[in-house]
Design a protein around this ligand. Structure first.
Ligand SMILES: Cc1ncc(COP(=O)(O)O)c(C=O)c1O
Length: 382
Protein backbone atom coordinates (compact mmCIF):
# COMPACT_ATOMS: atom_id res chain seq x y z
CA UNK A 1 0.00 0.00 0.00
CA UNK A 2 1.32 3.42 -0.87
CA UNK A 3 1.57 5.68 2.15
CA UNK A 4 1.44 9.37 1.40
CA UNK A 5 2.82 11.93 3.83
CA UNK A 6 -0.61 13.11 4.81
CA UNK A 7 -2.09 9.62 4.68
CA UNK A 8 0.51 8.37 7.10
CA UNK A 9 -0.98 9.93 10.22
CA UNK A 10 -4.29 8.34 9.31
CA UNK A 11 -2.60 5.01 8.74
CA UNK A 12 -0.86 4.91 12.08
CA UNK A 13 -3.94 6.18 13.82
CA UNK A 14 -5.90 3.26 12.44
CA UNK A 15 -3.08 0.77 12.85
CA UNK A 16 -0.32 0.18 15.32
CA UNK A 17 -0.78 3.40 17.20
CA UNK A 18 -4.47 2.90 17.82
CA UNK A 19 -3.95 1.74 21.37
CA UNK A 20 -1.61 4.56 22.25
CA UNK A 21 -3.75 7.27 20.79
CA UNK A 22 -7.20 6.02 21.75
CA UNK A 23 -9.18 8.34 23.96
CA UNK A 24 -7.46 11.62 23.19
CA UNK A 25 -6.73 10.31 19.75
CA UNK A 26 -6.46 11.51 16.21
CA UNK A 27 -9.06 8.83 15.46
CA UNK A 28 -11.77 10.44 17.53
CA UNK A 29 -10.88 13.99 16.72
CA UNK A 30 -10.23 13.34 13.06
CA UNK A 31 -9.54 16.48 11.09
CA UNK A 32 -10.28 18.65 14.09
CA UNK A 33 -7.01 17.59 15.70
CA UNK A 34 -5.18 19.93 13.41
CA UNK A 35 -7.43 22.91 13.98
CA UNK A 36 -7.03 22.50 17.71
CA UNK A 37 -3.26 22.62 17.62
CA UNK A 38 -1.57 24.71 20.25
CA UNK A 39 -0.71 27.76 18.19
CA UNK A 40 2.25 28.75 20.37
CA UNK A 41 4.18 25.49 20.50
CA UNK A 42 3.03 24.10 17.16
CA UNK A 43 2.27 20.82 18.95
CA UNK A 44 -1.02 19.10 18.46
CA UNK A 45 -3.16 19.04 21.57
CA UNK A 46 -2.59 15.33 22.09
CA UNK A 47 1.03 16.24 22.77
CA UNK A 48 2.62 14.28 19.95
CA UNK A 49 5.83 15.86 18.71
CA UNK A 50 5.64 15.90 14.91
CA UNK A 51 9.03 14.96 13.48
CA UNK A 52 7.64 13.30 10.37
CA UNK A 53 6.97 15.91 7.68
CA UNK A 54 9.93 18.32 7.46
CA UNK A 55 7.74 21.27 8.29
CA UNK A 56 8.89 24.17 10.41
CA UNK A 57 8.49 23.99 14.17
CA UNK A 58 9.17 27.71 14.40
CA UNK A 59 6.81 28.99 11.71
CA UNK A 60 7.30 32.36 10.04
CA UNK A 61 9.62 35.04 11.41
CA UNK A 62 8.33 38.02 13.42
CA UNK A 63 8.19 40.42 10.44
CA UNK A 64 6.16 37.90 8.46
CA UNK A 65 3.82 37.33 11.39
CA UNK A 66 3.30 41.10 11.71
CA UNK A 67 2.61 41.41 7.99
CA UNK A 68 0.05 38.62 8.23
CA UNK A 69 -1.69 40.21 11.22
CA UNK A 70 -1.67 43.62 9.53
CA UNK A 71 -3.41 42.24 6.46
CA UNK A 72 -6.18 40.32 8.18
CA UNK A 73 -9.02 42.67 7.32
CA UNK A 74 -12.33 42.90 5.52
CA UNK A 75 -10.21 43.26 2.40
CA UNK A 76 -10.12 39.46 2.17
CA UNK A 77 -13.67 39.82 0.85
CA UNK A 78 -12.02 40.89 -2.40
CA UNK A 79 -9.77 38.24 -3.79
CA UNK A 80 -10.31 37.21 -7.38
CA UNK A 81 -7.47 39.50 -8.42
CA UNK A 82 -5.73 39.21 -5.09
CA UNK A 83 -3.58 42.04 -3.82
CA UNK A 84 0.13 41.28 -3.48
CA UNK A 85 0.30 38.21 -5.76
CA UNK A 86 1.85 40.18 -8.63
CA UNK A 87 4.12 41.93 -6.13
CA UNK A 88 5.30 38.55 -4.91
CA UNK A 89 6.04 37.41 -8.45
CA UNK A 90 7.97 40.63 -9.05
CA UNK A 91 9.77 40.27 -5.72
CA UNK A 92 10.90 36.74 -6.58
CA UNK A 93 12.03 37.87 -10.05
CA UNK A 94 14.03 40.76 -8.56
CA UNK A 95 15.54 38.50 -5.92
CA UNK A 96 17.09 36.26 -8.59
CA UNK A 97 17.61 38.90 -11.29
CA UNK A 98 15.19 37.24 -13.70
CA UNK A 99 11.94 38.60 -15.19
CA UNK A 100 8.44 37.86 -13.99
CA UNK A 101 8.00 35.67 -17.11
CA UNK A 102 10.56 33.36 -15.54
CA UNK A 103 8.53 32.90 -12.34
CA UNK A 104 5.58 30.55 -11.93
CA UNK A 105 3.77 30.74 -8.60
CA UNK A 106 1.84 27.77 -7.24
CA UNK A 107 0.05 26.72 -4.09
CA UNK A 108 3.17 25.06 -2.73
CA UNK A 109 5.73 23.49 -5.02
CA UNK A 110 3.63 20.31 -5.15
CA UNK A 111 1.50 21.38 -8.17
CA UNK A 112 4.75 22.16 -10.02
CA UNK A 113 6.11 18.69 -9.29
CA UNK A 114 2.84 17.15 -10.44
CA UNK A 115 2.47 19.39 -13.50
CA UNK A 116 6.00 18.80 -14.73
CA UNK A 117 5.61 15.02 -14.71
CA UNK A 118 2.29 15.38 -16.54
CA UNK A 119 3.89 17.74 -19.06
CA UNK A 120 7.03 15.78 -19.82
CA UNK A 121 6.45 12.08 -19.03
CA UNK A 122 4.35 9.36 -20.66
CA UNK A 123 4.29 5.60 -21.18
CA UNK A 124 7.25 6.05 -23.53
CA UNK A 125 9.04 8.98 -21.87
CA UNK A 126 10.26 7.95 -18.44
CA UNK A 127 10.58 9.85 -15.22
CA UNK A 128 14.07 9.06 -13.94
CA UNK A 129 14.28 9.47 -10.18
CA UNK A 130 16.78 8.63 -7.46
CA UNK A 131 15.58 6.22 -4.79
CA UNK A 132 14.93 7.26 -2.14
CA UNK A 133 14.09 10.86 -2.83
CA UNK A 134 11.04 13.09 -2.46
CA UNK A 135 8.28 10.97 -3.95
CA UNK A 136 5.67 13.32 -5.45
CA UNK A 137 7.15 13.13 -8.95
CA UNK A 138 7.29 9.34 -8.81
CA UNK A 139 3.78 9.16 -7.37
CA UNK A 140 2.46 11.36 -10.19
CA UNK A 141 4.25 9.29 -12.84
CA UNK A 142 2.65 6.13 -11.46
CA UNK A 143 -0.73 7.83 -11.33
CA UNK A 144 -0.66 8.70 -15.02
CA UNK A 145 0.89 5.40 -16.12
CA UNK A 146 4.19 6.98 -17.16
CA UNK A 147 7.33 4.89 -17.42
CA UNK A 148 9.54 5.19 -14.36
CA UNK A 149 13.22 4.45 -13.84
CA UNK A 150 14.50 4.38 -10.27
CA UNK A 151 18.22 4.81 -9.58
CA UNK A 152 19.88 3.79 -6.33
CA UNK A 153 21.85 6.35 -4.35
CA UNK A 154 25.62 6.04 -4.21
CA UNK A 155 27.43 4.46 -1.26
CA UNK A 156 27.41 7.74 0.68
CA UNK A 157 23.61 7.96 0.22
CA UNK A 158 23.99 10.90 -2.16
CA UNK A 159 22.10 11.09 -5.44
CA UNK A 160 24.20 9.31 -8.07
CA UNK A 161 24.40 11.97 -10.78
CA UNK A 162 26.22 9.65 -13.19
CA UNK A 163 23.53 7.01 -12.86
CA UNK A 164 20.83 9.66 -13.35
CA UNK A 165 22.53 11.09 -16.45
CA UNK A 166 23.21 7.57 -17.73
CA UNK A 167 19.49 6.79 -17.72
CA UNK A 168 18.50 9.99 -19.54
CA UNK A 169 18.29 8.51 -23.03
CA UNK A 170 14.72 8.81 -24.28
CA UNK A 171 13.56 9.90 -20.82
CA UNK A 172 11.03 12.68 -20.40
CA UNK A 173 12.25 14.10 -17.09
CA UNK A 174 15.13 13.68 -14.63
CA UNK A 175 14.32 14.64 -11.04
CA UNK A 176 17.16 15.90 -8.86
CA UNK A 177 16.34 16.91 -5.32
CA UNK A 178 19.25 19.09 -4.14
CA UNK A 179 19.61 18.86 -1.15
CA UNK A 180 18.01 15.44 -1.20
CA UNK A 181 15.04 14.45 0.90
CA UNK A 182 15.35 12.12 2.85
CA UNK A 183 19.13 11.73 2.95
CA UNK A 184 20.02 15.44 3.31
CA UNK A 185 22.99 15.22 0.95
CA UNK A 186 23.80 18.09 -1.42
CA UNK A 187 25.77 18.43 -4.64
CA UNK A 188 27.98 21.46 -5.20
CA UNK A 189 27.70 23.76 -8.20
CA UNK A 190 30.41 22.08 -10.28
CA UNK A 191 28.86 18.63 -9.98
CA UNK A 192 25.40 19.97 -10.85
CA UNK A 193 26.70 21.94 -13.81
CA UNK A 194 28.65 18.96 -15.18
CA UNK A 195 25.56 16.79 -14.79
CA UNK A 196 23.30 19.28 -16.59
CA UNK A 197 25.79 19.88 -19.42
CA UNK A 198 26.29 16.16 -19.92
CA UNK A 199 22.54 15.48 -20.14
CA UNK A 200 21.97 18.45 -22.45
CA UNK A 201 24.80 17.27 -24.71
CA UNK A 202 23.86 13.59 -24.80
CA UNK A 203 20.07 13.85 -24.56
CA UNK A 204 19.02 17.37 -25.46
CA UNK A 205 15.31 16.48 -25.50
CA UNK A 206 15.23 15.41 -21.84
CA UNK A 207 14.01 17.82 -19.16
CA UNK A 208 15.78 18.30 -15.82
CA UNK A 209 13.96 19.34 -12.65
CA UNK A 210 16.16 20.56 -9.79
CA UNK A 211 14.13 20.79 -6.58
CA UNK A 212 15.76 23.24 -4.17
CA UNK A 213 13.11 23.14 -1.43
CA UNK A 214 15.77 22.84 1.31
CA UNK A 215 18.45 25.16 -0.10
CA UNK A 216 18.23 27.62 2.82
CA UNK A 217 19.30 24.89 5.22
CA UNK A 218 22.39 23.83 3.24
CA UNK A 219 25.71 24.01 5.03
CA UNK A 220 27.91 26.93 4.08
CA UNK A 221 29.59 26.26 0.71
CA UNK A 222 27.83 22.93 0.17
CA UNK A 223 25.74 24.02 -2.81
CA UNK A 224 24.47 26.91 -4.88
CA UNK A 225 21.26 27.46 -6.73
CA UNK A 226 21.07 26.12 -10.29
CA UNK A 227 18.92 29.06 -11.44
CA UNK A 228 21.65 30.24 -13.90
CA UNK A 229 21.43 26.83 -15.61
CA UNK A 230 17.65 27.20 -15.90
CA UNK A 231 18.20 30.57 -17.55
CA UNK A 232 20.72 29.04 -19.95
CA UNK A 233 18.83 25.85 -20.87
CA UNK A 234 15.16 25.74 -21.85
CA UNK A 235 15.04 22.15 -20.55
CA UNK A 236 16.06 22.94 -16.97
CA UNK A 237 13.70 24.23 -14.29
CA UNK A 238 14.08 24.90 -10.59
CA UNK A 239 11.42 24.66 -7.90
CA UNK A 240 11.42 26.33 -4.50
CA UNK A 241 9.09 26.32 -1.55
CA UNK A 242 8.06 28.69 1.22
CA UNK A 243 7.13 25.62 3.29
CA UNK A 244 10.59 24.92 4.73
CA UNK A 245 12.95 27.61 6.06
CA UNK A 246 10.31 30.32 5.59
CA UNK A 247 8.02 28.37 7.90
CA UNK A 248 4.88 28.68 5.80
CA UNK A 249 3.81 25.13 4.90
CA UNK A 250 0.25 25.92 5.94
CA UNK A 251 0.05 28.92 3.62
CA UNK A 252 0.91 26.82 0.54
CA UNK A 253 3.28 28.81 -1.64
CA UNK A 254 5.96 27.58 -3.98
CA UNK A 255 7.39 28.64 -7.31
CA UNK A 256 9.35 27.53 -10.31
CA UNK A 257 12.03 29.47 -12.13
CA UNK A 258 12.63 28.66 -15.77
CA UNK A 259 12.36 30.00 -19.27
CA UNK A 260 8.84 31.13 -20.03
CA UNK A 261 8.05 28.46 -22.65
CA UNK A 262 9.03 25.77 -20.11
CA UNK A 263 6.76 27.27 -17.47
CA UNK A 264 3.93 27.46 -20.02
CA UNK A 265 4.22 23.70 -20.63
CA UNK A 266 4.11 22.92 -16.89
CA UNK A 267 1.09 25.12 -16.13
CA UNK A 268 -0.61 23.88 -19.30
CA UNK A 269 -0.50 20.34 -17.92
CA UNK A 270 -1.90 20.86 -14.42
CA UNK A 271 -3.55 23.52 -12.28
CA UNK A 272 -1.13 25.58 -10.22
CA UNK A 273 -3.82 26.75 -7.77
CA UNK A 274 -4.40 30.38 -6.82
CA UNK A 275 -1.98 31.91 -4.34
CA UNK A 276 -4.06 33.93 -1.88
CA UNK A 277 -3.44 37.50 -0.74
CA UNK A 278 -2.42 36.68 2.83
CA UNK A 279 -0.02 33.99 1.65
CA UNK A 280 1.40 36.40 -0.91
CA UNK A 281 2.08 39.23 1.55
CA UNK A 282 3.61 36.74 3.98
CA UNK A 283 5.84 35.22 1.30
CA UNK A 284 6.96 38.61 0.06
CA UNK A 285 7.86 39.69 3.59
CA UNK A 286 9.64 36.39 4.29
CA UNK A 287 11.61 36.62 1.06
CA UNK A 288 12.86 40.08 1.93
CA UNK A 289 13.67 39.24 5.55
CA UNK A 290 17.17 37.87 4.92
CA UNK A 291 18.12 38.35 8.55
CA UNK A 292 15.42 35.97 9.71
CA UNK A 293 16.34 33.30 7.16
CA UNK A 294 19.96 33.48 8.31
CA UNK A 295 18.77 33.09 11.93
CA UNK A 296 16.49 30.20 10.98
CA UNK A 297 19.33 28.40 9.17
CA UNK A 298 21.63 28.88 12.16
CA UNK A 299 19.00 27.72 14.63
CA UNK A 300 18.32 24.61 12.53
CA UNK A 301 22.06 23.92 12.19
CA UNK A 302 22.61 24.11 15.96
CA UNK A 303 19.66 21.82 16.66
CA UNK A 304 20.87 19.46 13.92
CA UNK A 305 24.38 19.34 15.46
CA UNK A 306 22.92 18.63 18.89
CA UNK A 307 20.72 15.76 17.67
CA UNK A 308 23.42 14.30 15.41
CA UNK A 309 25.82 14.46 18.38
CA UNK A 310 23.41 12.41 20.48
CA UNK A 311 23.18 9.72 17.80
CA UNK A 312 26.96 9.67 17.40
CA UNK A 313 27.39 9.28 21.16
CA UNK A 314 25.08 6.28 20.96
CA UNK A 315 27.17 4.85 18.11
CA UNK A 316 24.77 5.43 15.24
CA UNK A 317 25.76 6.80 11.82
CA UNK A 318 23.97 9.89 10.55
CA UNK A 319 24.18 11.25 7.00
CA UNK A 320 25.69 14.71 6.50
CA UNK A 321 22.54 16.82 6.44
CA UNK A 322 21.92 20.02 4.49
CA UNK A 323 18.27 20.10 5.45
CA UNK A 324 15.88 20.32 8.40
CA UNK A 325 15.88 16.55 8.75
CA UNK A 326 18.45 13.85 9.39
CA UNK A 327 18.68 10.33 8.03
CA UNK A 328 19.92 7.94 10.68
CA UNK A 329 21.20 4.40 10.33
CA UNK A 330 19.29 2.97 13.27
CA UNK A 331 20.30 -0.60 12.30
CA UNK A 332 16.71 -1.82 12.60
CA UNK A 333 13.51 -1.40 10.60
CA UNK A 334 12.19 2.16 10.56
CA UNK A 335 8.75 0.87 11.47
CA UNK A 336 10.00 -0.74 14.67
CA UNK A 337 11.73 2.51 15.69
CA UNK A 338 8.75 4.62 14.62
CA UNK A 339 6.27 2.55 16.62
CA UNK A 340 8.50 2.66 19.70
CA UNK A 341 8.92 6.45 19.40
CA UNK A 342 5.21 6.92 18.94
CA UNK A 343 4.51 5.04 22.15
CA UNK A 344 6.52 7.89 23.67
CA UNK A 345 4.59 10.56 21.74
CA UNK A 346 7.24 11.31 19.15
CA UNK A 347 6.30 10.76 15.52
CA UNK A 348 9.25 10.18 13.14
CA UNK A 349 9.38 9.75 9.35
CA UNK A 350 7.75 7.16 7.13
CA UNK A 351 9.51 4.27 5.42
CA UNK A 352 11.94 5.15 2.62
CA UNK A 353 12.45 1.99 0.61
CA UNK A 354 14.87 0.44 -0.14
CA UNK A 355 16.52 1.77 3.05
CA UNK A 356 13.58 1.25 5.39
CA UNK A 357 15.09 -1.84 7.00
CA UNK A 358 17.98 0.19 8.39
CA UNK A 359 17.33 3.94 8.16
CA UNK A 360 14.83 6.42 9.50
CA UNK A 361 14.27 10.08 8.62
CA UNK A 362 13.78 12.39 11.56
CA UNK A 363 12.57 15.95 10.95
CA UNK A 364 14.09 18.54 13.25
CA UNK A 365 11.66 20.31 15.54
CA UNK A 366 12.27 23.17 17.92
CA UNK A 367 15.02 23.06 20.58
CA UNK A 368 12.40 22.23 23.20
CA UNK A 369 10.87 19.45 21.12
CA UNK A 370 14.25 17.94 20.26
CA UNK A 371 15.38 18.01 23.89
CA UNK A 372 12.39 15.76 24.66
CA UNK A 373 12.79 13.70 21.48
CA UNK A 374 16.46 12.79 22.04
CA UNK A 375 15.56 11.32 25.43
CA UNK A 376 12.97 9.17 23.66
CA UNK A 377 15.54 8.12 21.02
CA UNK A 378 17.99 7.16 23.78
CA UNK A 379 15.31 5.15 25.53
CA UNK A 380 14.04 3.23 22.49
CA UNK A 381 17.49 2.57 21.02
CA UNK A 382 19.07 1.52 24.32
C1 LIG B 1 12.00 18.08 -1.68
C2 LIG B 1 10.61 18.59 -1.52
N1 LIG B 1 10.06 19.24 -2.55
C3 LIG B 1 8.82 19.72 -2.47
C4 LIG B 1 8.05 19.55 -1.34
C5 LIG B 1 6.64 20.04 -1.35
O1 LIG B 1 6.47 21.12 -0.57
P1 LIG B 1 5.38 22.23 -0.80
O2 LIG B 1 4.31 21.70 -1.71
O3 LIG B 1 4.86 22.50 0.57
O4 LIG B 1 6.09 23.39 -1.41
C6 LIG B 1 8.59 18.88 -0.24
C7 LIG B 1 7.81 18.69 1.00
O5 LIG B 1 8.15 18.00 1.91
C8 LIG B 1 9.91 18.38 -0.34
O6 LIG B 1 10.48 17.71 0.67
Amino acid sequence: MKTTRRGFVGTIALGTAAGVLAGTSLINKGAKAQTRANSESGMYDNGIIQLNQNESARGPGPKTMSALHAHVSKRVGRGYSPDHVNELRQGIADNYSVTTDNVQLATGSTPLLQGSVRAFCSAEKALVTPMPTYSTSLGTARQIGAKTIEQDLDSSLAVDLNALAGAARGAGLLYLCNPNNPTGTAHGPQAVEQFVRRVMRENPATMIHIDEAYINYAQHGAMETAIPLAMEFENVFITRSFSKAHGMAGLRIGYAIAQQQTLAKIRGAWGMGDVNMLGAIAALTALEDKEHIAWEAQENAEIRDMVVGVFHEMGFEVGDSNTNHIFVNIRRPAKQFRDACLENKVLVGRDFPPLHETHCRISLGSREEMAIAVEVFKKVLA
